[in-house]
Design a protein around this ligand. Sequence first.
Ligand code: MF3
Ligand code: CO
Ligand code: CO
Length: 293
Amino acid sequence: MKHKSVKIGQNSTCPCGSGKKYKNCCRNKKIEVSIKKEYKRRYDIHLKEPHEIKGIKKSGKLLLSILDQVEKMIEPGLKTDDINTFVHEETIKAGAIPAPLHYRGFPKSVCVSINDVICHGIPGDRILKNGDIVNVDITPILDGYYADASKTFFVGTPTKDGEKIVNVAAQSLKRGIEVIAPGATLGDIGFAIQNYAESQGCSVVREFIGHGVGIDFHEQPQVMHFGKRGDGITLVPGMVFTIEPMINLGKKELHVLEDRWTAVTNDGSLSAQFEQTLLVTEKGWESLTPYEL
Ligand code: MF3
Ligand code: CO
Ligand code: CO
């Protein structure tokens, strides 16, 4: 005998026994499961489950509490290694692990990037001086969950150039975040950032990009801070990634120092960066490392 499959009507009662209409119940679940599988298969993107989001958020809370305390320490005369010691100890005290330490050979527990250093500055004997700008980028692993965020601070009294680049970098992240919604694309985010930063006469670094995060330090997708509207992967609820535009006051070109980590602007101009870990929600977005921009 031939098996005949019965089509379940959108408005019929769901066969799972919930009492809800099929269209408001298991039909969506099936789609959710297939999107999750499809994003894994096509893009190697791991869409996060609610318990994972909870874990990343908790890691983000710890991150922000450490970052807030670092902000209070920042003043002329502070040694960058003292920032490293503080971040390391606070992370361990909370039962977490500083992800940067020994990551691909990185020797310290936090990235500290001053003035023309774009990112991945290694804390050491360098002393903060009045008028510097300094980015502090923190990534704890708490109960196995990674959160990744950074801010750029003024040391003492900001210079005109310092003020400008820090404000443009912060607003660049804000513009990128505000685009996030299901149905938008990664290209929409890149476009929003590039369009804004360049309209301010600044440039967007190409070599370092945002990334999926949560279960690992750097997951798929790659999140470009430049691009075209409508290009790239479509955002869906459950995606977790960073946006972390590095914005230069001068030209975008860079080189990496002998230490094989420290990235600096070729023209010596100031560079600033802000980073948050973002979740795509049904309605739009939620920051898992939220702070005002
Ligand atoms: N936190 C950086 C990021 O935003 C990565 C630093 S890698 C390290 O992706 F090894 F330098 F720590
Ligand atoms: Co990051
Ligand atoms: Co980071």
